[in-house]
Design a protein. Structure first.
Length: 187
């Protein structure tokens, strides 16, 4: 959809950022499968500096439920292991001297349902953010009409366009959440 109004363009960009944020949040929810994004928030103290793990090690998925972390600098293996243990992952690392294996445990049915609820809650937060962006956009459009920048017909057309942008963004959020929920429940 071609959008020319700067107010709607800006709102659409903000909604897109909300979708990206939801995708990142959902990536942090462990679904019983190995996913390198599980390690995105882990920092390792490397020569006195907190360094993101994914910048100092290669992270691969050799099997469906195994993550393999291979540090570029083998001398940092102990620090990497310590950082993983200190994180909130709840997975014990297995150090073989050159790499660290993380075996993702199978999720229980109860835990799957709990994670599915988390997915729904995060999706709802995303929808609330999009609705707030819509509300601000509508207020700006009405202010533009009051200021004489828009006539009533233009305002009506732009409000419809704003609603379409909002509906599309909410549909994208729901699709992200549905995919993650399926992943969590199937495991």
């Amino acid at each position: 959809m071609k959008i020319s109004n700067p107010i709607i363009k800006e709102a659409q960009a903000k909604m897109s950022k909300s979708e990206d944020a939801l995708q990142r949040e959902l990536g942090n929810i462990r679904a019983g499968r190995a996913n390198a994004s599980l390690l995105n928030r882990i920092n390792v103290e490397y020569y006195g500096v907190d360094t993101p793990l994914n910048q100092m090690a290669q992270i691969t998925v050799p099997e469906a439920r195994v993550l393999l972390v291979t540090p570029y600098d083998k001398s940092s293996l102990k620090e990497v292991e310590r950082a993983i243990l200190a994180s909130d992952l709840g997975i014990s690392p297995a150090n073989d001297g050159s790499a660290i294996r993380l075996v993702i445990p199978q999720l229980t049915e109860e835990r799957r349902k709990e994670l599915a609820k988390q997915v729904k809650a995060k999706a709802e937060d995303g929808k609330v953010a999009v609705r707030n962006i819509r509300r601000d956009m509508m207020e700006q459009l009405k202010k533009s009409e009051k200021d004489g920048d828009l006539n009533e017909d233009e305002l009506h057309a732009l409000e419809e366009q704003a609603q379409k942008v909002t509906d599309e963004s909410i549909k994208n959020l729901e699709a992200l959440a549905d995919d993650k929920e399926k992943e969590v429940l199937e495991g």
